[in-house]
Write a protein that binds this ligand. Structure first.
Ligand code: ADP
Ligand code: MG
Length: 349
């Protein structure tokens, strides 16, 4: 029995976000044989017929934790809250078709403000061809809380899990990384300047790309389609929400493999490098540990090397090795750096 006065209670920070999820769900077993995959991947998978599955994923966005309305326009927030969920469906190699949207609002929000938010939601639904099919609405005492659930579909045989990487597979990534984190740093810096001196306009000149990566991310359904058109089914896949290092570690842990990636192969936009110079943060640190890029990180069998090598917007950054070799980055000067999960983790000390 829970005794809140006991002396040896465990702070959640001791387990961290992933440890807490594992701890809380460790004794749950699935009662329904239709559940193909429950907890532990980007989306849950359940069978709807012998060959078809549906995919379900949900995310919570909390004002003051995930977004700051002092610089995030509500229309962008509506768009992003849809996109981050669709990204998890694509990460399973599926196609999203519906979302539910739940919001809790404090009294500071007006109808017009919520119109702007829903305008963003609608633009995302139109852009990604998904339907808003429900949700819930509540008041809140602590600002805005958003919960989105996305539902997708796939042929059962097409679903890609985090756990399928094989030794010698190529590690690939779409687009570039570190941008969303760099954009957040720019916005935070301008906010600090504004709070000190409200007359000053934000200076975002030359930082449009990274600010856009933070405020208006896209989910890489185009990459999923491109791979399919080329007859490539990744062996493992995850979307980059927590950071390249942390998300690669998820693939490796669940696949029981190691990985070697190369610093000089990782695509980093020049604006990320400039922001890094401004703020004294190495661009590599932002690329490895910055979250929210929503690119796809996936592994493919070596037989696809020629196709992948020439695929637009996809870069090979390394390869899968045996588990005992660990997960390492080879730096530009040739030294080996073990990767650690320093990405986004709620409840971290
Ligand atoms: P992602 O970053 O791809 O959204 P998460 O790290 O949030 O994935 O979640 C990992 C897995 O844990 C998912 O299968 C998710 O559904 C599950 N999960 C997260 N929080 C809880 C919770 N409180 N109870 C049960 N399952 C959870
Ligand atoms: Mg994910």
């Amino acid at each position: 029995m829970f005794d809140e006065n006991a002396e040896d209670l465990t702070p959640i920070s001791r387990l961290g976000e992933f440890g807490l999820i594992e701890h809380l769900t460790r004794e749950f077993e699935n009662h329904n044989p239709d559940v193909v995959k429950g907890i532990g991947d980007d989306a849950a998978v359940y069978a709807v017929s012998e060959k078809e599955v549906h995919l379900v994923t949900t995310d919570l966005l909390i004002e003051g934790v995930h977004f700051d309305l002092r610089y995030v326009p509500l229309k962008h927030l509506g768009y992003k809250s849809v996109v981050v969920n669709l990204s998890d469906i694509y990460a399973m190699n599926g196609k999203p078709f519906a979302i539910t949207m739940s919001v809790a609002l404090s009294s500071k929000f007006t109808v017009e403000a919520m119109d702007a938010f829903y305008e963003g939601v609608q633009i995302a639904c139109d852009h990604y061809d998904v339907d808003l099919i429900g949700g819930d609405t509540s008041s809140s005492r602590v600002g805005m809380v958003i919960s989105v659930t996305a539902i997708g579909k796939a042929a059962k045989a097409d679903v890609v899990y985090r756990s399928g990487a094989k030794e010698h597979d190529l590690i690939c990534i779409s687009g570039d990384v570190g941008g969303a984190y760099a954009g957040l740093q720019v916005l935070e810096r301008e906010k600090a300047v504004f709070l000190k001196n409200p007359g000053v306009q934000p200076d975002l000149v030359g930082r449009d790309y990274v600010v856009g990566r933070q405020l208006k991310p896209e989910a890489r359904g185009d990459v999923v389609r491109l791979l399919r058109e080329n007859g490539i089914k990744p062996t493992a896949m995850i979307d980059l929400s927590d950071g390249l290092a942390s998300d690669l570690l998820h693939i490796c842990k669940q696949s029981k493999k190691g990985a070697t990636i190369y610093e000089d192969k990782i695509m980093i936009d020049h604006e990320v490098i400039l922001v890094g110079e401004d703020l004294g943060i190495p661009a590599l640190t932002m690329a490895l540990n910055g979250g929210e890029d929503y690119e796809l990180l996936f592994t493919v069998s070596l037989e696809h090397y020629d196709k992948i090598k020439t695929m637009k917007g996809v870069t090979i950054i390394g390869h899968i090795v045996e588990e005992i070799a660990g997960v390492n980055l080879i730096t530009a000067n040739g030294s080996m750096l073990p990767l650690q999960a320093q990405g986004w983790n709620h409840f971290k000390d």
